[in-house]
Ligand binder design. Structure first.
Ligand SMILES: Nc1ncnc2c1ncn2[C@@H]1O[C@H](COP(=O)(O)O)[C@@H](OP(=O)(O)O)[C@H]1O
Ligand SMILES: [Mg+2]
Length: 283
Protein backbone atom coordinates (compact mmCIF):
# COMPACT_ATOMS: atom_id res chain seq x y z
CA UNK A 1 0.00 0.00 0.00
CA UNK A 2 1.32 3.45 -0.71
CA UNK A 3 2.21 5.80 2.09
CA UNK A 4 -0.66 7.59 3.79
CA UNK A 5 -0.81 11.35 4.03
CA UNK A 6 -0.39 11.12 7.76
CA UNK A 7 2.97 9.45 7.59
CA UNK A 8 4.43 12.28 5.55
CA UNK A 9 2.35 15.27 6.67
CA UNK A 10 0.71 16.29 9.91
CA UNK A 11 -2.96 15.56 9.37
CA UNK A 12 -5.57 14.53 11.89
CA UNK A 13 -6.13 11.03 10.54
CA UNK A 14 -4.51 8.40 8.39
CA UNK A 15 -6.05 8.68 4.96
CA UNK A 16 -6.10 6.07 2.23
CA UNK A 17 -5.50 6.88 -1.43
CA UNK A 18 -9.09 5.79 -2.09
CA UNK A 19 -10.46 8.27 0.47
CA UNK A 20 -8.35 11.08 -1.01
CA UNK A 21 -9.71 10.26 -4.48
CA UNK A 22 -13.29 10.25 -3.21
CA UNK A 23 -12.79 13.76 -1.82
CA UNK A 24 -11.20 14.90 -5.09
CA UNK A 25 -14.15 13.50 -7.04
CA UNK A 26 -16.73 15.18 -4.84
CA UNK A 27 -14.97 18.55 -5.02
CA UNK A 28 -14.35 18.37 -8.77
CA UNK A 29 -18.04 17.67 -9.41
CA UNK A 30 -19.04 20.62 -7.18
CA UNK A 31 -16.50 22.89 -8.91
CA UNK A 32 -17.72 21.72 -12.32
CA UNK A 33 -21.28 22.63 -11.37
CA UNK A 34 -20.18 26.17 -10.44
CA UNK A 35 -18.24 26.47 -13.71
CA UNK A 36 -21.23 25.39 -15.81
CA UNK A 37 -23.46 27.96 -14.10
CA UNK A 38 -21.13 30.66 -15.43
CA UNK A 39 -20.79 28.94 -18.83
CA UNK A 40 -24.56 29.01 -19.19
CA UNK A 41 -24.88 32.67 -18.21
CA UNK A 42 -22.40 35.54 -18.68
CA UNK A 43 -18.62 35.02 -18.63
CA UNK A 44 -16.59 37.98 -17.30
CA UNK A 45 -12.98 37.79 -18.49
CA UNK A 46 -10.04 39.70 -17.01
CA UNK A 47 -6.34 39.40 -17.82
CA UNK A 48 -3.88 38.29 -15.14
CA UNK A 49 -0.37 39.70 -14.70
CA UNK A 50 0.98 37.05 -17.13
CA UNK A 51 -1.69 38.13 -19.68
CA UNK A 52 -3.55 34.81 -19.41
CA UNK A 53 -7.33 35.11 -19.00
CA UNK A 54 -9.22 34.48 -15.76
CA UNK A 55 -12.98 34.46 -15.18
CA UNK A 56 -15.36 34.41 -12.24
CA UNK A 57 -15.71 30.66 -12.89
CA UNK A 58 -11.98 30.04 -12.20
CA UNK A 59 -12.28 31.85 -8.88
CA UNK A 60 -15.57 30.22 -7.80
CA UNK A 61 -14.27 26.73 -8.64
CA UNK A 62 -10.96 27.30 -6.85
CA UNK A 63 -12.77 28.51 -3.70
CA UNK A 64 -14.92 25.35 -3.59
CA UNK A 65 -11.90 23.09 -4.04
CA UNK A 66 -9.61 24.85 -1.55
CA UNK A 67 -12.28 25.08 1.16
CA UNK A 68 -13.07 21.40 0.67
CA UNK A 69 -9.45 20.24 0.72
CA UNK A 70 -8.57 22.37 3.74
CA UNK A 71 -11.60 21.08 5.66
CA UNK A 72 -10.83 17.44 4.84
CA UNK A 73 -7.01 17.51 5.09
CA UNK A 74 -5.91 20.38 7.30
CA UNK A 75 -2.18 20.89 7.28
CA UNK A 76 -1.57 19.67 3.74
CA UNK A 77 -0.33 22.63 1.64
CA UNK A 78 -2.25 23.62 -1.50
CA UNK A 79 -0.68 25.06 -4.65
CA UNK A 80 -3.55 26.57 -6.61
CA UNK A 81 -3.40 28.53 -9.84
CA UNK A 82 -5.36 31.62 -8.82
CA UNK A 83 -4.00 31.86 -5.26
CA UNK A 84 -0.46 31.54 -6.56
CA UNK A 85 -1.05 34.29 -9.11
CA UNK A 86 -2.06 36.50 -6.17
CA UNK A 87 1.17 35.61 -4.34
CA UNK A 88 -0.40 33.18 -1.84
CA UNK A 89 2.10 30.30 -1.65
CA UNK A 90 2.93 28.00 1.27
CA UNK A 91 6.51 28.71 2.37
CA UNK A 92 7.28 25.02 2.82
CA UNK A 93 5.46 22.35 0.80
CA UNK A 94 6.82 19.39 2.72
CA UNK A 95 6.74 15.95 1.10
CA UNK A 96 3.05 15.91 0.17
CA UNK A 97 0.93 18.74 -1.22
CA UNK A 98 -2.12 19.34 -3.39
CA UNK A 99 -1.96 21.03 -6.79
CA UNK A 100 -5.12 22.62 -8.19
CA UNK A 101 -6.05 24.10 -11.53
CA UNK A 102 -9.75 24.90 -11.05
CA UNK A 103 -10.32 25.63 -14.74
CA UNK A 104 -7.68 24.47 -17.18
CA UNK A 105 -8.23 25.62 -20.73
CA UNK A 106 -9.73 28.97 -19.80
CA UNK A 107 -9.43 30.01 -23.45
CA UNK A 108 -11.60 27.02 -24.41
CA UNK A 109 -14.11 28.03 -21.76
CA UNK A 110 -14.25 31.66 -22.86
CA UNK A 111 -14.81 30.59 -26.47
CA UNK A 112 -17.58 28.29 -25.21
CA UNK A 113 -15.87 25.19 -26.51
CA UNK A 114 -16.04 21.97 -24.49
CA UNK A 115 -12.47 20.91 -23.58
CA UNK A 116 -11.95 22.82 -20.31
CA UNK A 117 -11.29 20.80 -17.14
CA UNK A 118 -11.18 20.84 -13.33
CA UNK A 119 -7.87 19.45 -12.01
CA UNK A 120 -6.92 18.30 -8.51
CA UNK A 121 -3.75 16.34 -7.71
CA UNK A 122 -1.72 15.07 -4.80
CA UNK A 123 2.06 15.20 -5.24
CA UNK A 124 4.13 12.93 -3.02
CA UNK A 125 7.92 13.11 -3.01
CA UNK A 126 7.89 15.10 -6.26
CA UNK A 127 5.63 12.71 -8.21
CA UNK A 128 1.96 13.28 -9.11
CA UNK A 129 0.37 10.22 -7.50
CA UNK A 130 -3.35 10.87 -7.20
CA UNK A 131 -5.37 13.01 -9.57
CA UNK A 132 -8.74 13.81 -11.08
CA UNK A 133 -9.52 15.55 -14.35
CA UNK A 134 -13.15 16.47 -14.98
CA UNK A 135 -14.57 18.06 -18.12
CA UNK A 136 -17.92 19.37 -16.83
CA UNK A 137 -19.24 20.36 -20.26
CA UNK A 138 -19.09 16.81 -21.60
CA UNK A 139 -19.26 14.93 -18.29
CA UNK A 140 -16.01 13.02 -18.94
CA UNK A 141 -14.21 12.20 -15.68
CA UNK A 142 -10.77 10.63 -15.21
CA UNK A 143 -9.26 9.50 -11.91
CA UNK A 144 -5.94 7.90 -11.03
CA UNK A 145 -4.05 6.61 -8.01
CA UNK A 146 -1.03 4.30 -7.86
CA UNK A 147 -1.90 1.11 -9.73
CA UNK A 148 -5.39 2.13 -10.90
CA UNK A 149 -6.81 4.62 -13.40
CA UNK A 150 -10.50 4.95 -14.20
CA UNK A 151 -12.79 6.80 -16.57
CA UNK A 152 -16.49 7.45 -16.14
CA UNK A 153 -19.21 9.96 -16.95
CA UNK A 154 -20.98 12.32 -14.60
CA UNK A 155 -24.71 12.29 -15.29
CA UNK A 156 -26.86 14.55 -13.10
CA UNK A 157 -24.02 14.77 -10.57
CA UNK A 158 -23.59 10.98 -10.31
CA UNK A 159 -20.82 8.77 -11.71
CA UNK A 160 -21.90 6.27 -14.38
CA UNK A 161 -20.08 3.71 -16.53
CA UNK A 162 -17.00 3.43 -14.30
CA UNK A 163 -14.27 1.45 -16.05
CA UNK A 164 -10.57 0.89 -15.64
CA UNK A 165 -8.30 2.44 -18.27
CA UNK A 166 -4.77 1.69 -19.48
CA UNK A 167 -2.35 3.18 -21.93
CA UNK A 168 -2.20 1.26 -25.19
CA UNK A 169 0.72 -0.42 -26.85
CA UNK A 170 2.04 2.33 -29.11
CA UNK A 171 2.16 1.25 -32.71
CA UNK A 172 3.50 3.24 -35.60
CA UNK A 173 2.21 5.40 -37.00
CA UNK A 174 1.44 7.06 -33.67
CA UNK A 175 -1.40 9.34 -32.71
CA UNK A 176 -0.13 12.61 -31.25
CA UNK A 177 -2.11 15.02 -29.10
CA UNK A 178 -1.11 18.67 -29.00
CA UNK A 179 -2.31 21.94 -27.52
CA UNK A 180 -5.00 23.68 -29.54
CA UNK A 181 -4.12 27.19 -28.37
CA UNK A 182 -0.36 26.96 -27.68
CA UNK A 183 1.39 25.04 -30.45
CA UNK A 184 5.03 26.24 -30.53
CA UNK A 185 7.50 25.88 -33.44
CA UNK A 186 9.54 23.43 -31.29
CA UNK A 187 6.49 21.21 -30.86
CA UNK A 188 5.82 21.35 -34.60
CA UNK A 189 9.43 20.35 -35.32
CA UNK A 190 9.12 17.38 -32.95
CA UNK A 191 5.84 16.31 -34.56
CA UNK A 192 7.48 16.35 -38.00
CA UNK A 193 10.24 14.02 -36.74
CA UNK A 194 7.80 11.44 -35.40
CA UNK A 195 5.96 9.21 -37.82
CA UNK A 196 2.42 10.22 -36.90
CA UNK A 197 -0.83 8.84 -38.24
CA UNK A 198 -2.90 11.58 -36.76
CA UNK A 199 -2.48 14.79 -34.80
CA UNK A 200 -5.34 15.59 -32.49
CA UNK A 201 -5.68 19.15 -31.18
CA UNK A 202 -7.11 19.27 -27.70
CA UNK A 203 -7.33 22.14 -25.21
CA UNK A 204 -6.45 21.48 -21.57
CA UNK A 205 -5.26 18.51 -19.51
CA UNK A 206 -7.55 16.13 -21.44
CA UNK A 207 -4.47 15.43 -23.57
CA UNK A 208 -2.98 13.36 -20.74
CA UNK A 209 -6.28 11.52 -20.35
CA UNK A 210 -6.39 10.54 -24.03
CA UNK A 211 -3.02 8.85 -23.54
CA UNK A 212 -4.21 7.25 -20.29
CA UNK A 213 -7.32 5.80 -21.93
CA UNK A 214 -5.40 4.41 -24.90
CA UNK A 215 -6.86 6.84 -27.44
CA UNK A 216 -3.49 8.42 -28.31
CA UNK A 217 0.23 7.72 -27.89
CA UNK A 218 2.29 10.89 -27.44
CA UNK A 219 1.86 14.39 -26.04
CA UNK A 220 4.87 16.63 -26.73
CA UNK A 221 4.79 19.96 -24.89
CA UNK A 222 7.62 22.27 -25.90
CA UNK A 223 6.06 25.43 -24.56
CA UNK A 224 4.94 27.08 -21.37
CA UNK A 225 3.04 25.09 -18.75
CA UNK A 226 2.79 25.37 -15.00
CA UNK A 227 2.61 22.48 -12.56
CA UNK A 228 -1.12 22.97 -12.02
CA UNK A 229 -1.71 22.54 -15.77
CA UNK A 230 -0.13 19.08 -15.70
CA UNK A 231 -0.18 17.50 -12.20
CA UNK A 232 -3.64 15.91 -12.25
CA UNK A 233 -3.52 14.72 -15.87
CA UNK A 234 -0.01 13.42 -15.34
CA UNK A 235 -1.19 11.51 -12.23
CA UNK A 236 -3.98 9.88 -14.26
CA UNK A 237 -1.50 9.02 -17.02
CA UNK A 238 1.07 7.50 -14.64
CA UNK A 239 -1.68 5.50 -12.89
CA UNK A 240 -2.66 4.12 -16.31
CA UNK A 241 0.91 3.01 -17.05
CA UNK A 242 2.22 6.06 -18.92
CA UNK A 243 5.13 8.40 -18.31
CA UNK A 244 6.10 12.06 -18.51
CA UNK A 245 9.74 12.84 -19.20
CA UNK A 246 11.73 16.02 -19.56
CA UNK A 247 14.07 16.34 -22.51
CA UNK A 248 17.00 14.98 -20.50
CA UNK A 249 15.06 11.73 -20.11
CA UNK A 250 14.22 12.16 -16.39
CA UNK A 251 10.65 11.93 -15.04
CA UNK A 252 8.99 15.35 -14.68
CA UNK A 253 9.13 16.36 -11.00
CA UNK A 254 6.76 18.62 -9.07
CA UNK A 255 7.29 21.22 -6.36
CA UNK A 256 9.89 23.19 -8.31
CA UNK A 257 10.72 26.40 -6.44
CA UNK A 258 13.08 29.36 -6.81
CA UNK A 259 14.60 28.27 -10.05
CA UNK A 260 17.15 30.54 -11.64
CA UNK A 261 15.69 32.42 -14.62
CA UNK A 262 12.31 30.80 -14.16
CA UNK A 263 9.17 31.27 -12.11
CA UNK A 264 8.09 28.98 -9.29
CA UNK A 265 6.17 25.91 -10.45
CA UNK A 266 7.05 26.37 -14.12
CA UNK A 267 7.56 23.11 -16.02
CA UNK A 268 10.40 22.52 -18.44
CA UNK A 269 9.54 21.10 -21.86
CA UNK A 270 8.33 17.51 -21.64
CA UNK A 271 6.98 14.56 -23.59
CA UNK A 272 4.19 12.40 -22.16
CA UNK A 273 3.65 8.97 -23.58
CA UNK A 274 1.62 5.82 -23.36
CA UNK A 275 3.45 2.54 -23.82
CA UNK A 276 5.92 3.48 -26.53
CA UNK A 277 7.95 0.56 -27.82
CA UNK A 278 11.09 2.59 -28.46
CA UNK A 279 11.11 5.85 -26.47
CA UNK A 280 14.67 6.59 -27.62
CA UNK A 281 13.47 8.32 -30.78
CA UNK A 282 11.72 10.95 -28.71
CA UNK A 283 14.81 12.80 -27.47
N1 LIG B 1 0.71 32.19 -23.97
C1 LIG B 1 -0.05 31.66 -23.04
N2 LIG B 1 -1.11 32.33 -22.55
C2 LIG B 1 -1.88 31.78 -21.60
N3 LIG B 1 -1.69 30.54 -21.08
C3 LIG B 1 -0.68 29.83 -21.53
C4 LIG B 1 0.18 30.34 -22.53
N4 LIG B 1 1.06 29.39 -22.80
C5 LIG B 1 0.77 28.34 -22.02
N5 LIG B 1 -0.25 28.59 -21.22
C6 LIG B 1 -0.76 27.62 -20.24
O1 LIG B 1 -1.38 26.58 -20.99
C7 LIG B 1 -2.56 26.18 -20.32
C8 LIG B 1 -3.55 25.62 -21.29
O2 LIG B 1 -2.98 24.48 -21.86
P1 LIG B 1 -3.43 23.98 -23.31
O3 LIG B 1 -2.82 24.93 -24.29
O4 LIG B 1 -2.82 22.63 -23.34
O5 LIG B 1 -4.92 23.97 -23.32
C9 LIG B 1 -3.06 27.42 -19.63
O6 LIG B 1 -3.78 27.01 -18.51
P2 LIG B 1 -5.12 27.84 -18.01
O7 LIG B 1 -6.13 27.75 -19.10
O8 LIG B 1 -5.50 27.07 -16.78
O9 LIG B 1 -4.63 29.23 -17.73
C10 LIG B 1 -1.77 28.18 -19.28
O10 LIG B 1 -1.29 27.91 -17.97
MG1 LIG C 1 -4.18 25.53 -16.69
Amino acid sequence: MSETLQSINTTTAAVSDEAILETFERLAIAAGRAIMEVYNSEITVTDKADASPVTQADRAAEKIILEGLRAAFSGVPCVAEEETSEGVIAPDLGRAFFVIDPLDGTKEFVKRRTDFTVNIALVRDGAPEIGVVYAPCTGRFFAGRPGKAEAFEIVDGVAAGRRQIHVREGREPLTIVASRSHLTPETETFIKRVHAAEIVSVGSSLKFCLLASGEADLYPRFGRTMEWDTAAGDAVLRAAGGTTHTLDGAPLVYGKRNQANDADFANPHFVSSGRIIDPAFMF
